[in-house]
Design a protein around this ligand. Structure first.
Ligand code: ISL
Ligand code: CA
Length: 581
């Protein structure tokens, strides 16, 4: 019996509102802009929209610094606009999940403004600690001369994770930007406020939450139980802290239970399977999670540092999760989002084989076991942006560390790190959606808040929809197979079994559900890849196998349909899905 759920059978489309569609010419995407594109989303055929934060925010981190959880950012529109969006989606049978950012607020949230008064009830909503006076003065610029920050944790956006507040005479924790103080989840009032706020949104009719860095809520004992904190822990130990499971279980019991909603947790760090199953298994509080295994492969220590990845690394990281959650739990399959460079530039080839490799990556996303995610623009194969100077960037995660490194002399000039930033920066994902070949790609009539990729004259929605062989149409075909065909069940629920696990160019696997079997084979190389299907691993003999080609990114030509051979020769970036009989 299949453990069915609508969110397992759905395809999720992620909208980064700031960069989607601008309707009032201020260069910033807005909610009316999304409403204008509802039919577009419907035509594409997606089931759930995940909307990045649209709440009131000073935008130090583009909405991930929330100043009011219950109102809409002026730049994006009004609550009425948002309600119209929700209705418009529901009219088209598309669900809406909202971003829940509750590890931190903005420093402009009224809770934090009040928290700066030590006598206020809100003081304890955040994490205040004394600095260290036993280590000699801190050489930086942040606190009093005789004090070092409470511990040595570094913020994920560079610099110390603590900021000194003169009024309070203490330091507050900010794992992200200084303008994103961490909430104190040890305080039951904080938990109550958040749970009530979640119910308020659910009562408005949303279909679930994507929970930002949710495994960071519980801080280690070294911090919660000491002042100043013990300095013996690493910032990594803020992942999956001691009360994490308890906090999420309570959230589940108090808020989610009894409602048919989707709860997706973003989980930082490298997680072991036992912890993952505690979160998303049958008895866990969440539906599914985002892990970081595969998106950390090509990252170095600094934002401008890169690492080579190999197909073996990529396959290993997916194998770990495919097998790890095979019995219990459910995966989320993503290759890009608003924090990640464009998938075709990163895992594919955004030059000569842009079309082929973008289609291959889509094939992977839709045929692994788990809920697939499309980040806006992936469906037309949008690429990374050719950044040329620091002032083209908008993202704190890029700008802060680069500025610090240039100031301290760690980096001599921008050109030395340009290549790395072009590869890694989150801004690659945030350049405007390319609708057509007009001046600003149809995104805005004004000056866009961030550069539009010059390749929009070729890569845009209008052109992609007009071309039957485009990436856009291929996405639609994949979605049709997954949602509305004879093989839908095996595509969603079938077991995953990897074949020839050490092939350096070709990744092949079989999905099985009862008698139904699909074979997926993907050539991650610019050259022809020779592969074979070893008899001993799956239960069929290639010589007399009957296989029906369901989809191929080169079209259903003779080469792809003739499988009565011992081996496949795959063309550069070729992807095929067969149904085995
Ligand atoms: O780890 C990263 C990229 O590989 C970081 O860019 C990112 O901060 C991390 O993935 C956590 O992301 C989430 O929380 C951040 C916010 O800036 C991101 O946009 C959000 O997705 C803080 O709220
Ligand atoms: Ca606008």
């Amino acid at each position: 019996l299949l453990d069915r759920a609508w969110w397992k059978e759905s395809v999720i489309y992620q909208i980064y509102p700031r960069s989607f569609n601008d309707t009032n010419g201020d260069g910033i995407g807005d909610i009316p802009g999304i409403i204008e594109k509802l039919d577009y989303l419907d035509d594409l055929g997606v089931d759930i929209i995940w909307l990045n934060p649209v709440y009131e925010s000073p935008n130090a981190d583009n909405g991930y610094d929330i100043a009011d959880y219950q109102s809409i950012m002026d730049e994006f529109g009004t609550m009425e606009d948002w309600e119209e969006l929700l209705d418009g989606l529901h009219d088209r049978d598309i669900k809406l999940i909202m971003d829940l950012v509750v590890n931190h607020t903005s420093d402009e949230h009224e809770w934090f403004v009040n928290a700066r008064d030590p006598d206020s009830d809100y003081h304890d909503y955040y994490i205040w600690k004394n600095g260290r006076t036993d280590v000699g003065g801190f050489t930086g610029h942040l606190g009093p001369e005789d004090e070092a920050p409470p511990n040595e944790w570094e913020s994920f956006f560079g610099g110390p994770a603590w900021a000194y507040d003169e009024d309070v005479g203490k330091w507050y924790l900010h794992l992200f930007d200084e303008k994103q103080p961490d909430l104190n989840w040890e305080n039951p009032d904080v938990r109550d406020e958040i749970f009530e706020m979640m119910e308020w949104w659910l009562d408005k009719g949303i279909d679930g939450f994507r929970m930002d860095v949710i495994n960071l809520l519980s801080k280690p004992d070294s911090v919660t139980k000491h002042d100043p904190p013990l300095n013996s822990t690493e910032v990594w130990e803020t992942f999956d802290g001691p009360r994490m499971q308890e906090f999420l279980d309570t959230m589940h019991d108090r808020v989610l239970e009894g409602r048919d909603v989707f709860a997706l947790g973003e989980m930082m760090g490298r997680m072991d399977m036992e912890t993952a199953i505690d979160y998303v298994g049958r008895d866990g509080p969440l539906s599914t999670l985002f892990h970081f295994d595969h998106v950390l492969l090509d990252h170095g220590g600094e934002i401008w540092e890169t690492n080579e990845w190999t197909l073996n690394d990529l396959r290993d990281s997916f194998n770990r999760w495919q097998y790890g959650l095979a019995e219990d739990g459910w995966n989320s399959i993503y290759l890009s989002n608003h924090d990640q460079p464009r998938l075709v530039s990163r895992f594919g080839n955004d030059g000569e084989y842009r079309e082929e490799s973008a289609k291959l990556l889509a094939t992977l996303i839709f045929t692994l076991r788990g809920t697939p995610y499309i980040f806006q623009g992936a469906e037309i194969g949008m690429t990374n942006y050719p950044f040329d100077s620091l002032d083209e960037f908008r993202d704190v995660e890029t700008i802060n560390p680069v500025r610090n490194a240039l100031e301290s002399g760690e980096i001599e000039n921008f050109d030395d790190i340009k290549h790395g930033l072009r590869h890694n920066s989150r801004d690659n994902a945030r350049t405007p959606m390319q609708w057509d070949d007009s001046e600003h790609a149809g995104f805005t009539d004004g000056e866009p808040w961030i550069g539009v990729n010059p390749n929009h004259d070729e890569i845009n929605v209008e052109a992609a929809r007009a071309d039957e062989d485009s990436i856009w149409h291929y996405y639609r075909e994949l979605m049709e197979l997954r949602k509305d065909s004879d093989v839908s069940d095996v595509m969603v629920y079938g077991d995953y079994e990897v074949l020839i696990n050490d092939h350096e160019e070709v990744w092949s696997y079989v999905r099985t559900l009862g008698d139904e079997r699909l074979l997926v084979t993907l050539n991650f190389a610019e050259w022809e890849g020779h592969t074979w299907i070893p008899e001993y691993e799956v239960d069929f003999n290639p010589h007399d196998m009957e296989a029906e080609l369901l989809l191929c990114n080169y079209g259903a030509d003779e080469r792809a349909t003739d499988v009565d051979a011992e081996a496949f020769d795959l063309r550069p970036w070729e992807a095929r899905i067969y149904r085995l009989k």
